[in-house]
Design a protein. Structure first.
Length: 138
């Protein structure tokens, strides 16, 4: 009787173990969780999480409040220039401006007036001015 009991008990043990393995794989309440520590669970959890998108930098838009003009005429004897500004954007009297030629600062002027339409007169404080130079307040 002992000889038949050993193979039957071995068979029951194998069936029980295979049943537990089948239950862990196929029943929803027996699924492995990422907390189980297995590599497969960690891979599954990583794949299930949505990938975060990089934050987009928002552009900062500001209006250009700087003055810009052109030198219309230069009087080297009287050391003054006539500046032409866009309509509605004239400098204040006594304001210092800078003249640029090909991107290089060439002179400094001080607005003295008189003004006519979009043109105004400025004294040359220092440097060299030519007709066509760009005028900026910085």
């Amino acid at each position: 009787m002992m000889k038949t009991f050993l193979p039957i008990s071995l068979l029951v043990l194998v069936i029980m173990l295979s049943g537990c393995a089948w239950t862990n794989r196929h029943l929803p309440w027996h699924h492995a969780t990422p907390a189980s520590g297995t590599a497969a669970a960690a891979t599954t959890a990583a794949a299930a999480q949505p990938k975060s998108k990089p934050a987009k930098a928002k552009a900062i838009v500001t209006t250009d409040e700087s003055l810009a003009a052109k030198v219309l005429k230069v009087n080297t004897v009287g050391q003054f220039v006539v500046l032409d500004f866009p309509s509605g954007r004239l400098p204040k009297l006594e304001q210092h401006l800078f003249l640029y030629r090909q991107g290089l600062k060439t002179a400094e002027v001080k607005v003295v007036g008189p003004q006519q339409d979009t043109s105004i007169v400025a004294d040359i404080v220092s440097g060299d001015a030519q007709a066509g130079d760009t005028v900026r307040d910085q």
